[in-house]
Design a binder for this molecule. Structure first.
Ligand code: MG
Ligand code: MG
Length: 285
């Protein structure tokens, strides 16, 4: 852990391959969100995602990863990440965090989103929206260059600005973002919090999974008896958003967003690079 990170820098052609995996992830997440409703089980959500991934001719990154038994993670309420889909039934007002990875021709995409099932509380809406905002602020910061610690700085700023006297969000520190490419998890670690370490210089060819996890309480988390599910230690609710982002010579591109990041980055004055992958069908076509 004291060595220099071994970063896999991608060519533009390789980033185009990753874009194809990213679009499968985007399609899967959209399909799961569209399908989710009270009464459904998280196992049924996994089937929705699996159908999209297999239908696209891709493979699920998570299935079999260190023994993980499903295609997506379905973390509900105080579960932050890594929950195994199964018999858990969704209720109106639940926060569901879906994490999905896909492999196309050996290249990975990794993305996650949180949403409310049916009508939710204003507090939960705010937690989900703030987490998404933290992710976009962090992605936008990558466009400005410098070093990797711009990510944690951006997340901290969003969390601080969202705090009030009654409300303070925790930033989960035990799990972080990561490099991604021919493996789902590569160097470097991408911290979601402020650090004295600047981290590696941002360079063209880096592909990073940017994935802040916020709680409505403290930062501490614990792992359940199933050895997978990560829960908040204080029982507070959590949200998780993630995109796979490529840094290119002429800007950044959000590989797991259907629009390449156009709408998410617009508030920051950042226009992402548009990658054309050829005849790759997506749900949006
Ligand atoms: Mg993920
Ligand atoms: Mg990830």
């Amino acid at each position: 852990m004291f060595g220099r990170p071994h970063i896999q820098y991608k060519t533009r052609e390789q980033v185009l391959l990753m874009r194809r995996a990213g679009l499968v992830v985007a399609d899967s997440l959209a399909a799961v969100q569209q399908a989710a409703q009270p009464g459904m089980t998280t196992g049924e959500l996994d089937e929705v995602a699996s159908d999209v991934i297999i239908g696209a001719g891709a493979d699920a990154s998570f299935l079999g990863y260190e023994g993980f038994p499903a295609s997506i993670c379905t973390s509900v309420n105080d579960a932050v990440i890594h929950a195994i889909p199964g018999g858990t039934r969704l209720h109106a007002g639940d926060i569901v965090s879906i994490d999905c990875g896909a492999i196309v021709d050996g290249w990975h995409g990794d993305g996650a989103m949180s949403f409310l099932v049916g009508e939710g509380s204003a507090a939960d809406e705010c937690l989900v929206a703030t987490t998404e905002q933290a992710m976009w602020a962090a992605i936008a910061a990558l466009a400005g260059g410098g070093h990797l610690n711009v990510v944690g700085e951006a997340v901290e700023q969003v969390v601080a600005a969202a705090g009030t006297q009654e409300r303070h969000y925790g930033i989960v520190e035990d799990y972080v973002g990561h490099g991604i490419g021919t493996e789902m998890h590569q160097d470097p670690d991408v911290l979601n919090y402020r650090s004295r370490e600047r981290g590696p210089r941002l360079r063209s060819g880096m592909c990073l999974a940017i994935e802040p996890m916020l709680t409505a309480g403290r930062s501490d988390v614990c792992v359940c008896e199933d050895d997978w599910t990560v829960m908040t230690a204080d029982g507070s609710r959590a949200a998780h958003w993630e995109h796979t982002v490529a840094i290119l010579d002429d800007g950044i591109s959000v590989l797991t967003a259907h629009d390449g990041g156009v709408s998410g980055l617009a508030p920051y004055g950042v226009t992402p690079v548009q990658l054309v992958t050829g005849a790759v069908p997506t749900l949006q076509d």
